[in-house]
Design a protein around this ligand. Structure first.
Ligand code: RP5
Length: 164
């Protein structure tokens, strides 16, 4: 199975990004974690992105806060799908990172999830790998069915209480 790369701009992003690790582990998807910054270590970030496809990666997740250019800088150097996580790490509550990550110029897409949306970033990476992996696709379907059943249980409880 192809690996997922999880890159963050700083180790201070870890508390957010760890939620992605949990999802990838749940689905048995191999992943590799790095701290590379578009601004502080641009050469390492670039080199990793340039070599990612030949090193066995199938999707890349990049998390950064503030002027969050990491996902875009990674995307500029690979044709692998890149998922951006804007991290809430400043006085602007993550809106700065959201806009910096999502507003990519046409030609170089970054699939941007919600502010601090690490779990969805990992799920999207799993879905990308599942396009060519039926077993993974089946696991995703089962998880969706389980989640739907849990919501229907809640509906039963709430409706039973208020709908007389
Ligand atoms: C960004 O700046 C990082 O992704 C992090 O969210 C933010 C702050 O980094 P530190 O100053 O905590 O290292 O590049």
């Amino acid at each position: 199975m192809k690996k997922v790369a999880v890159i963050m701009g700083s180790d201070s992003d870890l508390p957010v990004v760890e939620k992605a690790f949990a999802v990838l582990e749940e689905y048995g998807v191999p992943f590799e974690v790095h701290v590379f910054s578009a601004h502080r270590t641009p050469v390492e970030a670039r080199d990793f992105a340039v070599n990612a496809k030949k090193n066995g990666f199938g999707a890349m997740i990049a998390a950064a806060g503030k002027a969050a250019h990491l996902a875009g800088a990674i995307a500029a150097n690979t044709t692998l799908p890149v998922i951006g996580i804007p991290v809430k790490s400043s006085t602007l509550d993550g809106l700065d990172a959201l806009l910096s990550t999502v507003q990519m110029p046409s030609g170089i897409p970054v699939a941007t999830v919600a502010i601090d949306g690490a779990a969805n970033a990992a799920l999207l990476a799993v879905q990308i790998l599942a396009v060519s992996d039926d077993e993974l696709a089946e696991k995703l379907s089962q998880a969706r069915a389980k989640a739907a059943a849990a919501v229907l249980e809640k509906d039963k409880a709430v409706a039973g209480k208020y709908n007389k």
